[in-house]
Design a protein around this ligand. Sequence first.
Ligand code: URP
Ligand code: ZN
Ligand code: ZN
Ligand code: ZN
Length: 443
Amino acid sequence: MAEPSRILIKGGKVVNEDCSVISDVYIENGKIVEVGPNLQIPAGVRVINATDKLVIPGGIDTHTHMELAFMGTKAVDDFHIGTKVKKEMETLAKEKGVNSFKMFMAYKDVFMLQDSELYAAFAQCKEIGAIAQVHAENGDLIAEGAKKMLSMGIRGPEGHELCRPEEVEAEATQRAITIAHAVNCPLYVVHVMSKSAAKVVADARRDGRVVFGEPIAAGLGTDGTHYWHKDWAHAAGFVMGPPLRPDPSTPAYLMDLLANDDLSVTGTDNCTFSVCQKALGKDDFTKIPNGVNGVEDRMSVIWERGVHSGKMDENRFVAVTSSNAAKIFNFYPQKGRIAKNSDADVVVWDPNLTRRISAKTHHQAVDYNIFEGMECHGIPIVTISRGKVVYEDRQFHVSPGQGKFVHRGPFSEFVYKRIRQRDQVGRPAAVIRKPYEGKVISV
Ligand code: URP
Ligand code: ZN
Ligand code: ZN
Ligand code: ZN
């Protein structure tokens, strides 16, 4: 049998979503065994000194597309899971540990669902205790807008944003929320990219809807002014749907809403195409494969623009990068918390060190980086995955296939408690009346 892996992380500040405390963390065989001050540990245990560092739960990226076959090519970073149709949804939820399904309101004639189909899909999610996720953009309006731009001779990446302005995203977001409410189904809006759509989500939450909004690293860290860059390849690199917005105040606005719990959780929508793949659309922006990077830089970008900027504290950082995802997708506190019996997914984080993001030094397969040149405070020093050190001294210690699927049960309490109660007390009832006995016209 392999030697049990035993690690003591000593003297760091353990940060969870609700509090921070100076503690040691003792790990054995992939699990956190003890959290507390000055732990007495047997000899032979590996000790990681975390003095003046933060010890945070491993980040959970809520949204990626590895190896996605899309728009005539395939995303260059690998790993992808896809799903479809009603019976399969039930099997996936009941037997395979999948409890969320993404529905598209965009990509007309490819993935786009009509309202009646969304209604049926949301109803099925509710039935099986899953979370309905939507890509909220009005696909019909995008198709019309794209025709209009092309007819005006606008063929470059700027056409991508011009054909689908903010209200196209905001309208679909509102529509999805309305349809989900009609079946009392919890809704998760993926990649909230605009101020207008974020406001729709925030208003809905304040109106009591069970809805979660997911801004992504790209939308929090950069903006859509790049679509107007003179260098085609540079501009095309930022093409994704919904687009980054040209209003440069958008990232800070989304971060404010994330800090205040109007938005809940962060992903990346990492879906990377190298420049030569983007070039499928060199003469027509509608053919540029949609997607950007983010998976490697998400934590640093959110620390920089969220915590270093003063918009959120370290605990909210943990909530939006890890704990909230674990709660929504029903694997908390197995993941998303530094606590006894939780999985030992731990990052030793130095909030003071800085790095400059660049495609020259990143580890992704894609040949550019939308955050190129951004200086970020906040650097992972050591990353531990299920009790094994997988990153240390700027070196990875991982091999393909080491990742493990996390089985997620249906009816996440965090999401479904309110839904269930509303079903019980909010059921409409018919009014009991005496029968009408007057005249009825003949037809
Ligand atoms: O442009 C994007 N977002 N590409 C990935 C596919 C999707 O719509 O999420
Ligand atoms: Zn999408
Ligand atoms: Zn630029
Ligand atoms: Zn996506």
